[in-house]
Design a protein around this ligand. Structure first.
Ligand SMILES: Nc1ncnc2c1ncn2[C@@H]1O[C@H](COP(=O)(O)OP(=O)(O)OP(=O)(O)O)[C@@H](O)[C@H]1O
Length: 448
């Protein structure tokens, strides 16, 4: 298999980069230490985003990118863009969240599409409506009306969109899996002219029993890997070597797919402070309230476990509702308490998401907000319930510290019972971060 891992690839306006761009990517596989040293030196000279994309991404897109503040590439962009812009299939695996994967794959999309053509040329598949809204917004900003970007998202007005997409096919579609398949099956449009297929949060979609079979169809039945560039993106791809193998085996990608693996050693953003407090389940709401008063976050997200089927059957309210109601009656700060969970209807979800964007908030949410949500004003994360896995911890924690070039401290605080301590310890070992204990007395003492 010719799939190559490129953990240490970087450097752009260089002869090596030109080689890449001219399509001779088979040279990438035998990456030597000498190359790495050379590339590290090149990186020190810090090419701008414009330099990295020169000749590949249209000038008007680069200009828009600069206008919105995308001038210097993040590490992920620096490492992945040479591969992406060469048209190579790519597994964009940036172990740190908030590292700028969206811009990296969108620039690749803009480099591949023909702006004068009226057909669907790029498709970005996302797991949730909210992430879809975000990606669409960034794509529209960069496109600046030079091409159409359509969002086909769960809860959208699919019937009306079906007529639009038929009358005037957009160049770029951002879609959730179910809505997309519905439209394709109704023959609203075809993917014959598709040049780029991006699957964002790929591990999440493959892990979702509701989405996985449709995703397989998108990858192999509705279009062929040989006729498109395929890009998979995520901060977490468990068993990534196996995944690279599967991509080739199942023809999701071409055989020379490149695995760009950034920050394999340090998955957690380095400027996050991790803390935990041990308390009983009964004390948890009061500890949370005291923490909010002590921390005075700019904005915060409080992650709560999804309600179990057993609890639903027993007629109990979901924990999200309990936390929201408690905070709405006791929290005296200036932030607005908002709720976001999967079971809410799409209008209510849209309202919460839009409100969150505008002002200071305390968003109480299930893991639905843990993937891809980009709310840079989030200074604090609270795990009211311990996440189920280390990967879930990584994605929840990654909702803060999302300004790539800012090192301002952001914090993640997890509330656990005595019995859960070893689980948190396991997450720390797996993700290689340190979590400091915050004695509950010190939290309560602050409010005396
Ligand atoms: N080159 C850049 N310069 C400045 N800001 C950037 C740049 N690239 C991305 N950003 C900003 O960084 C933030 C995080 O980017 P993005 O949402 O793409 O991260 P991500 O890698 O997809 O994260 P996650 O894995 O958590 O979904 C966004 O607010 C984005 O606007």
């Amino acid at each position: 298999m010719a799939a190559a891992s490129m953990a240490a690839f970087s450097g752009c306006a260089s002869p090596l980069y030109s080689t890449l761009r001219s399509g001779l990517t088979s040279r990438l596989a035998p990456f030597t230490l000498r190359h790495r040293h050379r590339l590290r030196r090149l990186r020190a000279s810090a090419a701008t985003l414009r330099e990295v994309c020169a000749g590949r991404v249209p000038e008007h897109v680069l200009q828009r990118a600069e206008e919105v503040g995308y001038v210097v590439p993040t590490e992920v962009q620096e490492q992945s863009l040479p591969v992406l812009l060469s048209g190579q299939d790519c597994i964009l695996h940036a172990q740190v969240t908030g590292s700028g994967k969206t811009l990296a794959y969108l620039l690749s999309v803009f480099s591949a599409i023909d702006f004068g053509r009226s057909s669907v040329q790029a498709l970005v598949v996302v797991p949730t409506r909210e992430l879809g809204m975000q990606v669409t917004k960034v794509a529209r900003i960069l496109a600046a009306k030079a091409c159409t970007v359509m969002a086909l998202l769960d809860g959208g007005m699919l019937r009306r969109q079906k007529s639009w997409v038929k009358a005037e096919p957009p160049a770029i579609i951002v879609a959730t899996v179910a809505s997309l398949c519905q439209m394709i099956e109704k023959r609203a449009f075809s993917l014959q002219s598709m040049r780029v297929l991006v699957i964002d949060e790929v591990d999440f979609i493959f892990g979702s029993s509701k989405q996985v079979s449709s995703l397989r169809k998108i990858l192999t039945s509705y279009s062929a890997a040989s006729s498109r560039q395929t890009i998979f993106a995520s901060a977490s791809i468990p068993q990534h070597n196996r995944f690279v193998h599967d991509c080739v085996q199942h023809k999701w990608t071409k055989t020379d797919v490149i695995h760009v693996h950034v920050n394999p050693v340090q998955p957690m953003p380095s400027h996050l402070l991790h803390k935990y407090a041990i308390c009983s389940k009964k004390e948890r709401l009061h500890v949370l309230l005291s923490l909010l008063e002590k921390d005075a976050p700019k904005s915060g997200i409080i992650f709560v476990a999804e309600q179990s089927e057993k609890s639903k059957k027993a007629g109990h309210p979901p924990s999200t509702t309990v936390v929201v109601e408690f905070l709405r009656t006791t929290y005296m700060g200036s932030l607005e308490v908002l709720l976001l969970e999967e079971d809410m209807n799409f209008n209510a979800r849209a309202t919460s998401f839009t409100e969150v964007k505008g002002k200071g908030f305390l968003l109480v949410s299930t893991d639905i907000a843990s993937r891809g949500f980009d709310l840079p004003q989030t200074s604090h994360i609270y795990n009211f319930d311990l996440p189920k896995t280390a990967t879930d911890y990584l994605h929840r924690a990654g909702r803060t510290g999302r300004e790539p070039f800012s090192k301002s401290a952001c914090s993640v605080t997890t509330l656990i019972t005595e019995d859960e301590h070893f689980v948190l310890q396991r997450f720390q070992n797996e993700l290689k971060f340190h979590c400091e204990e915050l004695p509950v007395e010190s939290i309560f003492a602050f409010n005396l």
